[in-house]
Design a protein. Structure first.
Length: 159
């Protein structure tokens, strides 16, 4: 009985400390990811000289951190959706476990439909922005892509 009581106490202590620990883990990982994203070169742009559907998300996050909401949406109009998709991807298994622990049914088809719908919106906005060329983020510079430069060296493209 006594042993059990001590055990319960320990467990309670652990549960009390957990949220603080989780906040720190998320702050540290979030900061590390943001730093990584800043030095990160979009591989699609690097290779082909064309932006990818996610381009501008890092700049949007930085603008948001300095409270410039307008600039954030200018860099990437669907950055909240991209962030949600990204965060959901990381936490998906935890969310699924918690959901099912509560005795609820997990609908895989609904999940797929929602993710596809969100992805579709991101893609549609990407195509529209690529065609409209209203933001420097969406600038197309094929000749700056490594593939084009390699083709130029090989004499297939350019001049
Ligand atoms: Zn990109």
């Amino acid at each position: 009985m006594k042993k059990n009581g001590k055990h319960m106490w320990k467990r309670k202590e652990k549960e009390k400390r957990r949220p603080v620990y989780l906040v720190w883990v998320h702050l540290v990982i979030g900061a590390a990811l943001l730093l990584l994203a800043v030095v990160w070169q979009c591989p699609v742009r690097l290779l082909f000289g064309v932006p990818c559907p996610g381009c501008g998300t890092t700049r949007a996050c930085i603008a948001l951190l300095s409270m410039d909401v307008r600039a954030a949406f200018g860099y990437q109009p669907v950055f909240p959706l991209i962030l949600i998709l990204f965060l959901y991807g990381i936490h998906r298994n935890i969310i699924r476990r918690k959901w099912m622990e509560k005795g609820r049914r997990w609908k895989g088809s609904l999940e797929t439909a929602l993710v596809l719908a969100a992805g579709g919106v991101v893609l549609a906005v990407y195509v529209a922005r690529l065609l409209l060329q209203t933001s420097p983020v969406m600038e197309i510079a094929l000749e700056e892509g490594l593939v084009y430069q390699a083709m130029e060296l090989a004499g297939i493209a350019g001049r």
